[in-house]
Design a protein around this ligand. Sequence first.
Ligand code: NAP
Length: 654
Amino acid sequence: MTTDFKTMVRAAVRDEAQLRAALAESDIAPMLMVLVQLGGDLSLLDEAAPHIQGPWSFLQTVPEALKQKIRDRLVDTLQAYARSGRDAPPRPSTEALLRMMSVGVGQPVPAEYIPLLLEEMHFGDEDTRAVHWQRDPTALPVEDFKVIVIGAGLGGLCAAIRLKQLGIPFEVLEKNADVGGTWLENAYPGCAVDTPNHFYSYSFHVNNRWTRHFSRRDEILAYIREVVRFYDLAPHIRFNVEATSAEFDAARDGWRVGWRDAQGRTHSAQCNALITAVGQLNRPAFPKIPGLDTFKGPAFHTAEWDASVDLKGKRVAMIGTGASGMQAGPSIAPDVAHLRVFQRSPHWAVNNPNYHLPVTKGHIWSLEHLPYYSNWLRFQLFWASSDGFHASLHVDPAWKHPEQSLNETNHRMREMIVEYVRGELGGDEALLAKCIPNYPPYGKRMLRDNHWYRMLKRDNVTLETDPISHVTENAIVMKDGTVHPVDVIVYATGFQASRMLWPLEITGRDGHTIRDDWGDDDPRAYLGMSVPHYPNLFLLYGPNTNLAHGGSIIFHTECQVRYIMQALRGMLENGWRTLEVRPDVHDDYNARVDAKARDMVWTHPGVKSWYKNDRNRLTVTSPWRLLDYWAMTRTFDAGEFVAVHARDEAPAAQ
Ligand code: NAP
């Protein structure tokens, strides 16, 4: 809450008709939580509990009479606060919070989540994940310290904000002409977030004005630009420069970062610590199909969409049916003469009734004016997309359909989706068979249905599931010899995620290079952030930090940035010139990652995905619950690192 409580309450009750109209359009569960928090009366929770079956608004069937009672009581409570000029109520006790939360999401919320949730919900003005100095920074050599951040996407910008708050000098190198990273580059029709937006945003910089529950790319990019303006980050960002190399300079205990400018000139700069924030979904992957370069028509990747190509009336081929294809296909299908979708393997996709809905004016009003409503909505959405499915993603060794599903819960999920898709396809069993994966749900990224199945039923759309043989100058030829003439090819074929940090050449201590250490597809790091032989190097969105069971990558980013800021604070406050993770700590962590991943859905033998490498090792995705990773990264433990005070001193045992 940026406005103080009393001012907010007075403004909320100023126009009762407006307040009531807004409440009528707002979500009942967060509204109930606000009422309980303000009024302190937990009894309404018992009344509402039977009608709240889950965290999503569409899983709540609270009868209208009870809804009206909640709204009326809320109006009365707010008016009473305004009349009395009372201060904000104290935060509910842990016991009360647990009861409120569990009713709010229709599931028991374990007590172990409370500290994480309070951080995420961000009650009051306290910036819960900010790192503060423990010693007087004016007495420290902060000004002589420099950090380079590579990348100005959501990760790099989060690091930049925190560095700025600590007053640590930094520079961000960005290869594009603007901020936004993946949200700048991906401008294909239909591009949108599929994590709910009121949660897919920085916890310390909420946006109450999202116009959709799952916003489109332009709105997310506008949010990112607004963040850059708010924190005045632009002066710290060098645009149109591509970092090409980073070499650890042992003589100076720092990094020399090389980059190329827009004119192709090479430059370099020295820094004490380096943060890479280059993303995982950054370098497009193209299929290796013979003859692709002989195609004469326009051909482009979803991440390099060529808006100058008018698709109206064209025969368009789209290769790939992952998250990008799911959004691009249905968005272009109504315009093109014919869309031929080439599917190598189907994805699982669930329906979310909120996916296409705009946010109502009343809901926006409540987010802006109703004390704590925005916090409670964030909680609802966090819970809806957090660790709920994690337990069901482990293999039950006794399960009777091991190739189709993992266990009973996973199987129920499978059946539920099959029923949904069958309905969408109007009972077309032949098409259904092509659309249902032969691996368990969640094996690859779970998609949200963007009217994909309805698109497949259109007269001008064909789904091809046979293998492609080659491409000619104007057609795609199938292995069985069928020729499909096409005017445009769209590659919705994803990214080179396992080849992490590529093409950046990183050389650490004693001549180690990341490419030699990791190979092309076997990245490893401690907590996804630190690698032995690479002192003072911190990775954002590094190995095993992608999220596939739920959550928002922004949540993981905030965990990582807090940890890194604590590490940098440790360097400055303790005079450590280098900080390098201990090899045993790194190896032990990766052994635990591998062991954890071994019985999880992503390493299922029937699944091939960008989450893992050819040896079936999970390299990209995190096997942990959000809660586990949050706990592991909450406090930087210097004992897990070798910290060196000065070049001529022996490593200090921490
Ligand atoms: P992707 O999920 O990796 O999908 C690539 C698609 O291309 C798959 O269907 C794949 O088939 C197919 N493919 C790859 N090589 C092929 C070949 N040689 N021949 C035929 N088909 C081929 O990539 P993406 O859709 O760009 O998504 C990548 C990630 O970006 C997502 O998982 C998600 O994390 C993120 N993303 C998020 C959103 C969002 O928030 N809404 C939107 C877009 C992307 P196989 O499945 O058989 O490999």
